[in-house]
Design a protein. Structure first.
Length: 105
């Protein structure tokens, strides 16, 4: 089941702004090449990626086709494992996989 949030528009610019605010590393896809670094500045036209203390890149925002942000996705649902009866656990703490499911009618 997917969650749809109608009031949120998550764009490349939004992802980069949040990465800048939170200090997350990113990779951006430009002309088929991935470039990575820490977002240190963005004005909506250009993006500054710091690669090291002595190197940075400036990328046109309009040239970015995709972005990878090295953090959990926003509004990511947290999954909790359902408790299992103790008799189903193996001696090492492992649990058997469930068997095949029968389709409901």
């Amino acid at each position: 089941m997917s969650t749809y949030i109608a009031s949120m528009q998550y764009t490349i610019g939004t992802a980069l702004s949040r990465a800048l605010e939170a200090g997350h590393e990113v990779e951006v896809l430009v002309e088929g090449q991935w470039m990575g670094g820490l977002v240190v500045a963005s004005d909506g036209v250009g993006l500054v990626l710091e690669i090291s203390e002595t190197e940075h890149s400036v990328v046109r925002m309009e040239s970015i086709n995709a972005v990878r942000v090295f953090s959990a996705a926003p509004n990511r649902p947290r999954l909790r494992a359902a408790p299992r009866p103790a008799d189903e656990r193996m001696t090492d703490g492992a649990m058997p996989m469930p068997g095949p499911r029968v389709p409901s009618e």
